[in-house]
Each structure stands twice: as C-alpha cells, then as structure tokens.
Design a protein around this ligand. Structure first.
Ligand SMILES: Cc1cc2nc3c(=O)[nH]c(=O)nc-3n(C[C@H](O)[C@H](O)[C@H](O)COP(=O)(O)OP(=O)(O)OC[C@H]3O[C@@H](n4cnc5c(N)ncnc54)[C@H](O)[C@@H]3O)c2cc1C
Length: 531
C-alpha cells in the first residue's frame, strides 16, 4: 500500500487568508526564520500548542559554538564530521560552524542570558567534542532561555503574527509549486493560508517511538506533509537514541543531559562496574550511538546507572532542572545512582533541502530538525541541533525572500481546497492505535535492527493501515503522520545493508565501502552518494 495515505473523504469549504510567508513551527528554526522574513513582508507563524511547547524549549545541555577563533572553528568542523560517520554534507558543516558564532552573537544581542562566571561566558564539554564549547543557560535550561528570548524579540515585530493551537494539515499546491498550507484551528475549523513561500520548521518525530525524550508535539507532521506533497525525504533511518534518559517504571523518560557526563559522570552496570572502556577509547564521552548500544548490551544483565557520587562540584547548582526532577523520585545527583536507558531523541533525516532550505518542491522550504541538509550525517554531534536551527533557519529565510519574487504570485494561481474529512472527536481507539505503532517501532525498528525485525514492522504497518484513524482532528492527523514516518524509517532501515552512525544492523554490522544517503519519494527508495 502507498505510504502517503490520503485523509480526505468529504469536501469542505475552508476560509482563506493570504500572507507573504507562512512558517509552520515555533521552535528555534521557525522563530529565527520569522525574524529575518519580517523585513521582507508579512509573516504568519503557526504552532500546534502553546508557543513555548517545542523540542527547543526542552533542550538542556546547551548550544555548541566555536567562539575561540579559526582553530576552534576548524576543530568544531572536524568533530561534526567525525560524529557523522562519513555521511556529513561538508558544505553544510562548514556553514554551521562558520556562521554559528555570528548567529549566537545575535542571540546575545537579543538578550539570551547564557551562564557566565566573572562576566565571561561559561563553556562546558559534551560527548565527542574535542573542546569545551557548549554555552548553557540557567544550568540545564538552555532551550527554554533561548525560546523565551526569541519569543520576546518576535513579539515586538509588528509584521509577525503568531497563531497557537493551530495544526498544519497539508500543503496547498498549484501550478507546480507549493502555495501555502491548510490548517486546523483549536476549534476544529479549517483554514487555507496562501503564501508566497512556506517554511516547514515543525521539528522531529520522537513520538514515533514508545520511548522518547521528545514532547507530544514531535510527531513528524511537517515531514509527512512534505512527503504527501511529493517532496524527497532523506536519511530517515538515522534516529539518534540518547543513551541516558531516566529509567524508572511509571516515570517519564526525562533526559539526563550529556553534560552530566561532561562534568565527570561515570556509567556503571548492575555490578557497580564502569564498562565503557570495553566499548570506546573516549569512555563515557564516546559518540552517542556507541554509548547507547553499550548501555543496551549492559542492560541485559540488569539496570545501568549514572554515577556522580565522586564529583565534588555542587551538582544541584549546575543542574537545577534535572535535580528538581530527580527530587520527585527522592534521588540526588551527588548522593545516588541514577537509573538510565536509551530513548529516541533526535532525527538526523528529514525533508531533503539544500543548504538554503530549498526542498525539491518550488515554494517549499524546511529548516531545523524537520529538514535534512546532511549537516549531521549519520549521527549528530551533541548540541549541534540548536545551532542548526539558528543558522539554517536564517539561511532558509534569506532564500525564501530572494526566490519568492521569481515564483508566480499566489494571487495568479487558483488553489483548490485540498483538505477535507470527517471532523470526528478524539477516541480511545486512536490512542490505542498510536501506542501499538510506537511500541512496535521501538521493538522492531529501534536501536538494534535486523531484516527479520524490520520485515515484522512492515507487516505491522500494513495491518495498522487497515484500521488507520480517519477523522479530521489533531490526534487522527498525527496518527496518520506517525504511520508515514514509521513507514519511511522502516523502509530506509531495511534498504540500508550496513551499520553506520545511529543506524545499527545486527545482520550487517560493518560499513559499506561507499557512504550513501537514502532518499524516499513517492513510495520509491533510492540511495545516492551526494545530496
Ligand atoms: C529533552 C531534549 C533535550 C535536548 N537538548 C539539546 C541540547 O542541549 N542541545 C541541542 O543542540 N539540542 C538539544 N535537543 C534537540 C533540540 O532541542 C532540537 O533538535 C531543536 O530544538 C529543534 O528545533 P526546531 O525549531 O527544528 O523544532 P522544535 O523546537 O521541535 O519546534 C517545532 C515546532 O513545530 C510545531 N509543530 C509541529 N508540528 C506542527 C504542525 N503540524 N502544525 C503546527 N505546528 C507544528 C511544534 O509545536 C513546535 O512549535 C534536545 C531535545 C530534547 C527533546
């Protein structure tokens, strides 16, 4: 069956509005883009929940940036390449590390308060970084500080309109270009927004797995919308599993930031032994995929813990958010062993774009976690994603402005109503259906893969397709999008006969001789060396 299941069956007649630029998503990528777009026209930013609800707001550890001059920039580039395991788009990585300092200085001017000591910015180190280059804010609440300061700035710009509790449903297309999107508002009303250029900055898709650090909004909607419209989607088999999410029955999979290991945390197994020396010379600061697999292997014999009992620093002051969370479970970083196991965390793949955010469809752009420029290759270097949103959000905005004058204007292109469907209410069946999909994905298309598990997943997806939720409400839309995301991840993982970065196949444990990207478009999977 085709992956892009059509949702509509009953025509509706939605209201229409016109803007110059439509931005779907209000995380770091969407807001950075909106600020730049506002100089060139009217901007509408829509987001599924409250403005503050995004992966960005949950980011803890910090933002990686080379503020130490040319040598530091060169080392940041090398570290990004090394983590990406042979698949990084070098042009994108160059842009990321070179533009990073400029964009972060802009954030400082907009009032982002990164942590300082004696007036100087504090820098910490995380896994696979050769230097301390991670800026953080309020200890372990970096994302919230960035989100709050960006929103403060955005709210002061008259050209930007913000719409909360509004879900992007499908893209509008006319005359061979994307011309806006259909939205579902909080009351269940449908609205067609016509735009000169549309940016998908809708974030990742961690909710496709039962175990994830991502909030509920991360259901891969933008990627599924782009796929249905015919855009190329790339490298979806590369899902980063964070090694250390809190692991206690009944507790959320709260992230135990990599910065804990940066500050000296050990990983110990059920016997109380450190074990990373058996897996990688960088020990606890090895790349995330290596640490995540090591923990999975050690977990076969019992729980794995973070151990910071030897660290003399005041960890409560350094990690107030994590300490507050742990206190609910009567645990303290300086005193107790903290149980951890991996959880789905960051999607390296996404909507295929060039470094200017251009997708394969005219009029459609993507940035941030929803996009795939290839900057992270097969595995993202810790704390490079906030920087990605800042840098490529701005680049995409510049391309949207310069391209939009060349594309036919939307006034000349009649756009038929694209979305329709039954506005049914939420129901328990939809929740059960989603849980079934997520549990199957964790089991068969997760951290350790093989052909038999992936084929089992494909059969599960075919059977889930028979009972696909069909209503035109947010949860049913998310369910269909999660099915699309799960199908692309599984097909791409099955087609990649090697292990690389975050993608590990028990039946193909080695690298292929050639590093290739996967591309999925209109139900066809292909591999190519450059994107
Ligand atoms: C717990 C956690 C900790 C992290 N820590 C770090 C860190 O320390 N450093 C780092 O660099 N990265 C970190 N990351 C990753 C990083 O936060 C994200 O990759 C990054 O913030 C993504 O930014 P974005 O703007 O692309 O997407 P997001 O910030 O996820 O924003 C997506 C936006 O799109 C909206 N949206 C989604 N679907 C729709 C739809 N259909 N219609 C309308 N709106 C929609 C969402 O509501 C949201 O506003 C962390 C992630 C998590 C989950």
């Amino acid at each position: 069956m085709p992956i892009a299941e059509a949702s509509p069956d009953h025509a509706t007649d939605p209201a229409s509005q016109q803007v110059d630029f439509l931005v779907i998503g209000a995380g770091i990528a969407g807001l950075s883009a909106a600020i730049r777009l506002a100089g060139a026209g009217s901007v509408l930013v829509v987001t599924k929940e409250e403005l503050a609800e995004s992966n960005t707001a949950y980011a803890q550890g910090g933002i990686a940036v080379a503020l130490g001059g040319e040598e530091d920039v060169a080392l940041h580039y090398e570290d990004t390449l090394a983590a990406g395991d042979g698949l990084v788009n070098r042009e994108a990585a160059h842009i990321l590390v070179e533009q990073g300092p400029k964009r972060v200085e802009e954030l400082l001017r907009w009032g982002t308060a990164f942590d300082r000591e004696h007036g100087e910015l504090m820098l910490t180190r995380e896994g696979a970084h050769s230097r301390s280059r991670i800026l953080h804010a309020n200890g372990d609440a970096t994302g919230r500080e960035i989100a709050v300061s960006l929103l403060r700035h955005v709210r002061a710009i008259p050209n930007i309109r913000l719409m909360e509790w509004t879900t992007g449903v499908d893209l509008l297309q006319a005359s061979g270009r994307v011309a806006g999107a259909t939205l579902l508002d909080g009351e269940g009303g449908i609205l067609n927004i016509h735009a000169r250029a549309t940016l998908l900055a809708s974030g990742g898709a961690g909710q496709v797995y039962s175990d994830t650090t991502n909030p509920a909004v991360a259901t891969g909607d933008g990627i599924a919308m782009a796929y249905r419209a015919g855009a190329a989607i790339s490298d979806m088999e590369f899902y980063q599993f964070h090694p250390t999410a809190f692991s206690q029955s009944g507790a959320p999979r709260f992230l135990m930031s990599e910065a804990l290991r940066g500050e000296g945390a050990y990983l110990v197994n059920a016997k109380g032994e450190r074990f990373m020396q058996r897996y990688h010379p960088l020990l606890e600061l090895a790349p995330r995929d290596v640490v995540a697999r090591a923990i999975t292997m050690e977990s076969l014999d019992g729980p794995v813990y973070l151990d910071m009992r030897h660290v003399t620093k005041d960890l409560h002051a350094r990690f107030p958010g994590i300490s507050h969370f742990l206190a609910k479970y009567r645990l303290e970083l300086n005193r107790d062993l903290i149980p951890v196991r991996p959880a789905a965390h960051y999607l390296m793949g996404g909507i295929l774009t060039d470094v200017h955010g251009r997708t394969t469809l005219p009029g459609l752009y993507a940035a941030g976690e929803a996009a795939c420029t290839g900057v992270h290759g097969a595995n993202r270097l810790a704390s490079n994603s906030l920087l990605e949103g800042l840098v490529f959000g701005a680049f995409a905005a510049d391309a949207m402005v310069s391209d939009s004058s060349r594309l036919p204007s939307v006034e000349q292109t009649p756009v038929p109503p694209q979305v329709s469907g039954e506005g049914s209410t939420l129901d328990a069946n939809t929740e059960r259906w989603i849980e079934d999909l997520r549990t199957n994905m964790w089991k068969h298309s997760g951290l350790l893969r093989d052909a038999s598990g992936l084929e089992t997943m494909q059969r599960a997806l075919a059977s889930l397709a028979d009972t696909m939720p069909r209503g035109l409400n947010r949860r049913a839309i998310e369910a269909r999008n999660l099915h699309t995301i799960a199908s692309i991840i599984t097909a791409s993982a099955l087609g990649r006969h090697e292990s690389r970065g975050a993608h590990f196949r028990n039946d193909y444990p080695q690298h292929d001789s050639e590093a290739r990207h996967s591309i999925m478009q209109r139900d066809e999977l292909r591999f190519q060396s450059r994107i």
